[in-house]
Structures are given as C-alpha cells and as structure tokens.
Write a protein that binds this ligand. Structure first.
Ligand code: NAD
Length: 377
C-alpha cells in the first residue's frame, strides 16, 4: 500500500523536543503492551513516534497522560512502506519496536487473512523500510540502529514438561502463532542476509492495565462483576505462564539497550498456573475487594464447558538467557499483579466501559470468557 496524499492522523509534522535519549518508532503503540511500553519509554526520557492503525484493538485513550513533548501519534499501517520510510527519515529514528499485530487467537481461527496481512506482510514491509533507511545512515548511526520485534512464546507450540529455550524449533498451532513465527523468521533472515541489527523477544501471556476486555483476565474480571457465568474449558487444567505487562516492557527496554543483535530472548513470568486456578484466584480477589451483594463467592459463577480439539496444554519458556545476559527477571508476582490489575480496572471504568459499549456490542465480549490461546471457554 502506498501513502496517499494525507494518510496520517494526529500530529505527524510536529517536531519532538530534544532530550537526552533517543528517538524510537513504536508500532502498535495504541494497543495493550505498546501503550504500556510507550508510557514507560517516555518516562525514561525516550522520544517516541507512535504508528498505529487503530484497529478495533487500538485506542488513543490508552495513551492518555503520555507527555506530549516526548510523544507524537501517527495513524497509519505498517504495510505502508512509504509512510514508514517517511517517518524514519523525518524523525531520524534510532530504533523500531514492532508491537503492531493482530493478536487474538480466536479471531485468527475465525478469519486468518488479517493476521497474514499485518503480522507477516506488515513485518516484511517494516523490515524493508528499515533496511532502506538503515543503509542510508552514516556508519556510527548504522551501528546504533535497532529493529526489535515483539513476539510470543506461542511460536514454540505446546510442551508437556520442561521448558522451551530460544533454540527450540518453531511449532505453531494456530494461524496467529504461525503468523508470528513467520515474522520471527523474516526478522532473523534480515539480520543474517543484510546485517540489519535485529532483536526478537518471545514472551508469555501478559496481563495488566489497558488490556482489551476480550482477553482472559479482564474478561473474567468484568464478566464476574456483571454477574455473568465464568465458563472454564474442559477440566481447566491447561497451563499458562503469566507476566505482568510492566515487567515485559522493562525486558524490552533492556533488550533494546543491551541485547545482542541477531539474538532472540525469551521473556516469561516463571508463574505457571492452571486456567481453573487463575480464574479461582480472580474470584477470591473479587470476593475480598468487591463482595457480591448476596454474600456468596464469585466461584459460584464458574461453569465447566466441553474442551475444544487442538487446545495447547501448556506453554512454558526458559528465561535463563535474558536473566544471565541482561540481568532481567520478573519483579511482580502473579498474585500481586492480579491485585494491581483488578484495582486498575475498578478505578478506570472510564477507559473500558465506552470500549465495551462502542466496540463489542452484540459480540461475545462480557458474555463469555475467552483465553489468549484461542479457546473460547
Ligand atoms: P493488541 O491487540 O492489544 O494491540 C495491537 C495494536 O496494533 C493495536 O493498537 C492495533 O491498532 C495495532 N495494529 C494492528 N494492525 C496494525 C497495522 N497493520 N499497522 C499498525 N498498527 C496496527 O496486542 P498486544 O496484546 O498489545 O500485543 C502486542 C504485541 O505483543 C503483538 O505483536 C503480540 O503478538 C505480542 N505479544 C502479546 C502477548 C500478550 O499476552 N498480549 C504476549 C506475547 C507477545
């Protein structure tokens, strides 16, 4: 797709104030992790140009309060190579952090096309723009330039016991995971073929503020509060590893600043929990913070529903590399993170109520619990 006469919305022409840190292009920065990352990066003195298509999953409301002197928002598509190149040149970007993606596995099962277009083709267009720009740079800037691609542990598929390392083979099981794995391979190839200074992070399930209400944890919280059923798939014994979003963002900053180019880093919470136990934990928190009017436990809203074929049993990754090389480890326990997340959703109804009303009316949201791994529960 070519840039039209005025494809941009926001303030693309505004020059950012000069500060001590570098200028980065964040893609998908109006989504869940991208907005948390933008807030953290700007808080650390980075200047951020934020490129986001504003799909159903993105909203500028997630960027409220971000220092506008250090942040510019541009509405646009990562498939628009000309637009990306224009932004890279105009702002003399030092690094790209690519969050832009279709990220909901259920949607990838229902309609995979958009996942191919954004997650694979979009990453390719972004890499091409980056390669052109990078090759134009002076040697010193070329050495400092980084292309960081944010990916998922789902590229490795399911594991019964043990942990996936960075050298485990890709074995994706959903169109979402396959599209992310394809993009990871492209990024790797651009390093090996052209020398582009790339980095990849493969992270486990995130949760925390500004997560779209269609994902497991916010959906469970909001469904419980609305007095709806909390269906749990099969016997609820599927295991996921959970990481509080701010820990993920901290890991990305470390990889960006000190990661070895050409490498991938696993990022995980070392917090495995069965789905049923996670939902019970959320119910217990709600019982304490927002007791039901009838005095009974939210656990009574849990209902087991038949399992679906192909459900990945367990994701689990080894974080030795990032711990050893970059001194990163998760700092927020799952119970502490869940408590913070619940508090945030209770305090920020003005963020999620309009979203639910405007974007999900008539859909399943708030009517069923869904998990990130693509299983409607
Ligand atoms: P999200 O769905 O909340 O946000 C995605 C953002 O990308 C949205 O703002 C959307 O508008 C934007 N976007 C979509 N298509 C675009 C396009 N073509 N051009 C520009 N912008 C576009 O996703 P998230 O949960 O914040 O995930 C961010 C990244 O992290 C994704 O790449 C995802 O694969 C990866 N990841 C997510 C998790 C998780 O648990 N959420 C875990 C590991 C990795």
């Amino acid at each position: 797709m070519k840039a039209g006469p005025d494809p941009m919305e926001g303030e693309p022409d505004r020059q950012l104030s000069v500060s001590m840190k570098k200028l980065i292009l964040v893609t998908g920065g109006a989504g869940f992790i991208g907005s948390n990352f933008t807030r953290m990066a700007v808080g650390r003195g980075y200047r951020v140009v934020n490129l986001d298509k504003l799909t159903y999953a993105g909203t500028r409301e997630s960027l409220r309060g971000v220092d506008s002197g250090l942040h510019v928002f541009v509405k646009g598509d990562i498939n628009d190579r000309e637009l990306v190149l224009q932004l890279l040149r105009k702002h003399a970007i030092c690094a790209i952090v690519n969050f832009a993606a279709e990220s909901h596995v259920d949607r990838s099962i229902d309609s995979p096309g958009e996942f191919i277009r954004t997650n694979i083709n979009g990453t390719f267009e972004l890499l091409e723009a980056a390669r052109t720009f990078w090759q134009e740079l002076e040697p010193e800037s070329r050495n400092e330039f980084r292309f960081l691609h944010v990916s998922t542990d789902e590229v490795f598929g399911s594991i019964e016991s043990g942990l996936f390392t960075e050298s485990s083979p890709a074995a994706p099981n959903s169109p979402y995971a396959a599209s992310k794995a394809a993009a990871d391979h492209l990024v790797r190839a651009y390093h090996h073929t052209y020398g582009l200074p790339t980095l990849v992070t493969n992270c486990s399930n995130n949760y925390g503020p500004y997560q779209f209400p269609e994902k497991l944890i916010p959906n469970t919280l909001l469904s419980a509060l609305q007095g709806r059923m909390l269906p749990v798939y099969g016997d609820g014994s599927n295991v996921r590893d959970w990481l509080y979003v701010e820990d993920h963002c901290e890991a990305i900053i470390r990889v960006l600043e000190r990661g070895r180019t050409g490498s991938a880093y696993n990022v995980g919470g070392e917090s495995e929990r069965k789905n049923i136990d996670l939902v019970r934990s959320i119910c217990a928190l709600l019982d304490k913070e927002r007791p039901r009017a009838d005095g009974r436990s939210y656990v009574e809203q849990i209902a087991f529903v038949p399992d679906r074929p192909g459900h990945d049993r367990r994701y689990a990754i080894d974080i030795t590399r990032i711990r050893r090389e970059l001194d990163w480890k998760p700092s927020i326990s799952l119970d502490e993170g869940l408590a913070r997340t619940l508090r945030w959703y209770l305090d920020n109804e003005d963020w999620w109520v309009p979203l639910v009303r405007e974007r999900y009316q008539g859909q399943r949201l708030g009517l069923a619990v869904e998990s990130r791994d693509g299983r409607r529960q």
